[in-house]
Design a protein around this ligand. Structure first.
Ligand code: BEZ
Ligand code: FE
Length: 294
């Protein structure tokens, strides 16, 4: 009774003390202590409290299967990247992980190596290739490489109400670990900012652009799942990513080629095209654990 100040905080912490899960107790105690400390530090007013509740309510209301406003909120607050960092400790030879983002779709079409997965998406053709390797530099055969990206207008297929996927597929690496496909040259694009998260960015004087990138998710038996992007070198937003996802080691050169020149797959496109080559290096499950992942 009559709880206030630190006594109130400790009473709330103690109220979780009977949980059968020790982890739940740990997480909830820290959450309550930090939440209370935050309110004390900023001397949160009641008006601000109600504004925040309204913001979170609208964030929930804006969320559906196609629009994940809470994920977006975690992304722009850097919580997603913080969690990526905590959950993906691995040897330095392994490709670094970055944010998953809201545009992955289960059940992407299967593509053969070298296929054009753009499927009519607007943009300059881009041949994307590389190898899936382990940290010893050996090929990982039959790895599953999921890829997805935006088109030249900065839209993912799921934002366009199409009845077919574009710039989205999964491929299986060959015996040498090779993967390759044609898509379009990625461009910088704005994250969805017509909802509560957009208001937050605007109020903070922040941008909503992401530098051009291609998403990858790579899985293979015995290896930790790799979720990452390959970013385009020279993009003006590499230092200003709205979701803080850029890592130097994930930046690759997208090289322009003239129409009529021979592409790496032996074709001679009749319009200018780009190529990018990037090897994706997987850490084994044991290597990931040894590096401190839980
Ligand atoms: C993306 O790269 O697809 C993305 C990541 C975080 C927020 C919005 C979009
Ligand atoms: Fe993206």
């Amino acid at each position: 009774m009559d709880l206030q100040g630190d006594d109130l905080t400790e009473a709330v912490v103690a109220s979780f003390g009977d949980s059968p899960s020790e982890r739940y107790q740990t997480v909830m105690s820290a959450l309550v202590r930090h939440l209370h400390a935050f309110a004390r530090e900023v001397e949160l007013t009641e008006d601000e409290y109600f504004t925040a509740i309204d913001f979170l309510t609208r964030t929930g209301q804006a969320s559906n299967e196609k629009r994940q406003e809470f994920v977006l909120l975690a992304d722009v607050l850097g919580l997603s990247m913080l969690t990526v960092g905590l959950g993906n400790r691995k040897p330095p030879e392994a490709t670094q992980s970055t944010v998953f983002g809201p545009f992955f779709v289960e059940g992407s079409p299967a593509a053969q190596l070298g296929d054009d997965i753009a499927n009519g998406a607007p943009g300059q053709p881009c041949f994307v290739s590389g190898r899936v390797l382990n940290t010893k530099g050996e090929p990982v055969a039959h790895a599953r490489v999921e890829t997805w990206q935006a088109d030249e207008d900065g839209y993912y297929d799921v934002q366009k109400d199409l009845d077919h996927p574009q710039n989205r597929a999964h491929l299986i690496t060959d015996a040498e670990g090779n993967y390759s496909f044609w898509s379009v040259r990625p461009v910088a694009y704005p994250i969805p900012h017509d909802g509560p998260v957009g208001e937050l960015l605007q109020a903070g004087g922040r941008g909503w652009m992401r530098p051009a990138h291609i998403h990858f998710m790579v899985t293979a038996p015995g290896y930790g799942r790799l979720i990452t992007h390959v970013f385009a070198a020279g993009d003006e937003y590499l230092d200003k990513d709205a979701v803080f996802g850029v890592k130097e080691s994930l930046i690759a050169e997208f090289t322009e080629h003239a129409a009529g020149t021979e592409a790496p797959d032996g074709s001679t496109p009749d319009r200018p095209y780009y190529t990018v080559n990037y090897d994706l290096v997987l850490a084994t499950v044991e290597e990931t654990r040894a590096s401190g992942d839980r």
